[in-house]
Structures are given as C-alpha cells and as structure tokens.
Design a binder for this molecule. Structure first.
Ligand SMILES: O=C(O)c1cc(C(=O)O)oc(=O)c1
Length: 311
C-alpha cells in the first residue's frame, strides 16, 4: 500500500495515518470472516469531507480497504459511515457498490431523507443507520428526530448502530431501550478499562445487554480503549491486555450478539497506529474457542448483514 494523502484537504494536526505494510496475521480467520466495522475516507478529491466535520483525516480509499481485507484474510466488510463525511454517504455507498457484493454499509441520514433515497441506500447494500453521541465527533441531533428515523428504517429491516461513551449510558438509557430495531453498540460503549470490570459502569453496560435481547455489541477497538497496552506493533502477540477481560466477558456472555471489526483506518488515534495484522491476532484473546470465533466473525455478522445467505 502506498502512503496516504488527503487531496486538497489539510489533515487535522497530529493526525496519525493508517499503518502501511501490515503483517500477515498468525491467527487464521475462519472462512467467510467479516470485518464488521471499518470506514473509507474520501478520497477527498472525489468525495469531499463534510463541512460540519470535526476532523480532517488522511484519505483511505475503497481500494486500500479491499486490499487490506484480502491481505488479512477477511471475506467481507461492513463499511460504517465515518463522521468526517456527515450525512453524505457517497463514499461509503461507492465502496459498497464496487465490492461485488462483498460489502454492506451503515449510513448516516437526516430526517429530511426521502423514501426513495432510503430505497437507493438499501439497493446499494446499506442495512443500518448510525446514531452518534460522542461529543467530540458530532453536534447534537434531537432524539425525536432520531426516533423518527429509527421508525422509518425499521420498516426496511435495518438496525441502529449507536456510538457513545460509557459515562453517558445512564442519560441515554431510556432512548436506547425504546429503539424499535436491533441496536448495535460500537466498541462496547467505550468502557474506561482502568475502572474495575465489576464496577458500576461496566456492570450497567452488561445489564443493558442482559435486559435487552435486541442489543448487540462490537467488541472492537482495543487500540482505542487500552490504557496500558502493550500496543499491536513490533510483532506483539498479546496486545492490549487491559481490554481483554472486558471484551472476553461480552463475547462469552453474549456469543450470539457480538461483532468484530478492524476499525481501519482508525480515525483520531493520537498515541499510535496499530499494525492491523496484529489486531487480528488480538481476536483469540477475547474469543478463545473456535466456536466463539466462528460466531463472532461469521455467523453473527452474516445474520445481521446478509440474512438471505445466512443458514
Ligand atoms: O472514536 C473515534 O474517533 C471514532 C470515529 C469515528 C467516525 O468518525 O466515524 O468512528 C469510529 O468508529 C470511531
């Protein structure tokens, strides 16, 4: 892979580009594995970044994403709309349409989206919308607007992906638990892994999943959540030890409602950029058996994104 650029855009100061030349994972992914959380950025010259964005990334094209998929051994991708593109889904849709059926998408839409536009997104492979509550990434959208969107996309059989910080779960609880669809939490609701796993914050997240069988979780982004590392760099096979108990707990308690993704190209990392091959090697630490791995990487994402092909 070549070095990333940003077209005519100027990257946010301190921006870390995705890792070029990732290693081949030692962990062999099961056949049909899905990278269920990744993004494309631009390229900015073709798909300009949204005026309301909170960061300007380096470009990360569909070609680079699909080369990474093949290199790591994934069969398919779920391309999640990145906030730097706002509600302009063209780059994500273009990636899905050029994947030969190997990618599905998650969009961001506004209340003004028409039924025809939703139908076109569906035809392109979109199966969900993303609601973002992380304040450094987006401006606030009123909950009545989001609930209206959820009601409309429910009719298409889509789900809602939610991204929030663990401290905000109490305030968002009533809204999340009234959503009429399957609800998929990004990155385990971003637990503070320096707090105890049996402390009130993470226990509330587990209660959220226990009491609501429509709630799923991505057990992704150890590189984002880890405080103590070690980092997935320089051949490290036991990366992000502090995240392992949290992710493993979710995988073992809810094996049929978990997803995993690389999060490539890893927006907004400030500390280091992981080697994506070593990130794949993180998976057996949190899903230690072949059965758990198959559910996490194949059965669950297929059921959610390719139900027509799922056994
Ligand atoms: O934590 C983040 O900065 C982040 C940002 C985005 C996005 O900008 O869409 O997506 C993610 O999955 C994570």
């Amino acid at each position: 892979m070549s070095k990333p650029t940003s077209g005519d855009f100027t990257k946010t100061a301190g921006w870390l580009d995705w890792y070029t030349g990732p290693t081949k994972p030692s962990f062999k992914l099961p056949a049909g594995a899905v990278d269920a959380h990744c993004h494309v950025f631009g390229p900015g010259a073709e798909f300009p970044y949204a005026p309301e964005r909170k960061y300007t990334p380096c470009d990360a094209s569909k070609h680079e994403l699909y080369a990474l998929r093949d290199h790591l051994g994934f069969a398919r991708n779920v391309v999640v709309q990145a906030t730097c593109h706002g509600a302009d889904n063209r780059a994500m849709v273009d990636a899905c349409l050029s994947s030969g059926g190997k990618a599905r998408g998650v969009a961001t839409v506004k209340r003004s989206v028409t039924d025809e536009e939703l139908q076109a997104l569906h035809a392109a492979g979109v199966r969900g919308v993303r609601f973002n509550f992380v304040k450094r990434l987006v401006d606030f959208t009123p909950k009545d607007e989001l609930m209206e969107i959820a009601g409309r996309i429910a009719k298409l059989g889509w789900h809602v992906v939610i991204y929030f910080e663990a401290v905000d779960l109490p305030e968002l609880w009533d809204f999340f638990t009234s959503l009429p669809t399957t609800v998929v939490v990004d990155h385990m609701g971003r637990p503070d892994v320096s707090k105890p796993i049996d402390g009130p914050e993470f226990q509330l997240f587990l209660k959220f999943m226990r009491e609501h069988p429509n709630v799923w979780s991505k057990v992704s982004c150890p590189e984002r959540l880890s405080v103590t590392g070690p980092k997935a760099l320089n051949g490290e096979q036991a990366a992000y030890q502090d995240v392992v108990p949290f992710a493993r707990k979710v995988v073992e308690e809810f094996p049929d409602r978990v997803l995993w993704g690389t999060d490539w190209p890893h927006p907004n990392l400030k500390d280091h950029m992981p080697d994506d091959g070593l990130l794949v090697d993180f998976i057996p630490q949190i899903a230690p058996t072949a059965e758990l791995q198959h559910k996490l990487l194949v059965d669950n994402p297929m059921r959610l994104y390719w139900p027509e092909e799922s056994a």
